[in-house]
Design a protein around this ligand. Sequence first.
Ligand SMILES: Nc1ncnc2c1ncn2[C@@H]1O[C@H](COP(=O)(O)OP(=O)(O)OP(=O)(O)O)[C@@H](O)[C@H]1O
Ligand SMILES: [Mg+2]
Length: 349
Amino acid sequence: MAVPPSLRIRGLVKRFGSHVAVDGVELELVPGEFFCLLGPSGCGKSTLLRMIAGFEAPSEGIVEVGGADITALPPHRRPVNMMFQAYALFPHMSVAANIAYGLKGMPKARAVERVAELLRLVRLEGFGDRRPDTLSGGQRQRVALARAIAREPGLLLLDEPLGALDRGLREETQGELRTLQRRLGTSFVVVTHDPEEAMMLADRIGVMERGRLVQVGPPAALYRRPASRYVAGLLGDVNLIPGRLGPAGAVGTRAVVTAHGTVTAQADGVLAEGAQVVVAVRPESLVLGERGLAAVVEDATFLGDRIRRVLRLPDGTALRASGPPGGGPERGAAIRAGFAPADAVILPA
Ligand SMILES: Nc1ncnc2c1ncn2[C@@H]1O[C@H](COP(=O)(O)OP(=O)(O)OP(=O)(O)O)[C@@H](O)[C@H]1O
Ligand SMILES: [Mg+2]
């Protein structure tokens, strides 16, 4: 296979009447990259994917694959394939015929060979003659996936490919999707609104908010260094402690004066002294011990792999803390909750 083409999106806008569904998206994918688009319902994920695939014409902007401008090309002439949010298998056709549908135009003998190869790839050997309604949800999803990759597109767009699956099957299929992508070496753009799924799958995640791509980066960077409250909250549970920005401290950190005392945290953005900010701390970064904010353990819940605590500060603010199971302060204990400056980030209020 030739070097898979990379994707480049410039100034992409989609308006539906006065509603701006996609708003000035810029994005560049490395060949072979697994990219996840993460965002709440209605933020424009599917619309962005449909413009890349050619099912929706942009109001403005350019889509390039492998350096060529494909903005004006119809879907079937693009080196791109898309698996839709509500993927549809043909119920009256066998699994093999469903997959072969993705190979229309290929000589019969080659298509038969290719279908067998694809069935092996998605681990459905022996299922070729079955009808979709005799398969499990996960197996059906894999058939849809096989059909989408049948032509070895240089770029594969998957709109909530695991949305229909329950938790166990979903986790298993996530692993398979990742393995499959590595084996194919194709760039994948996968839409999800599940942050854990995005973190599990992606090389990089792009977070969308009301049509805009607001932050792009590797999962750990987005989780640990979100650029806004929105991104912090979308990637997982987070405590937000309000305060005013103090003077600059050690390199990259600032002091924040809160109602509970002064704390130190990372500051990435440019913010003026005295600005209203929040200090974002993940529950697992709160260290319960001798130092930090005075609090009372209001609730402690055993969750198997961890204990989740609700801490109450004197002014009534609640913080959530997550720690290892076994040991630690019980309900009612007066403690202090601290955190390492490197584990907390200062964000605009
Ligand atoms: N054909 C259309 N005509 C008018 N408005 C549209 C059209 N398609 C999408 N929209 C609007 O554009 C916005 C973005 O829709 P889109 O389907 O891209 O969201 P999404 O992020 O994929 O959401 P979900 O997670 O629910 O699938 C929504 O407000 C939607 O109502
Ligand atoms: Mg959608």
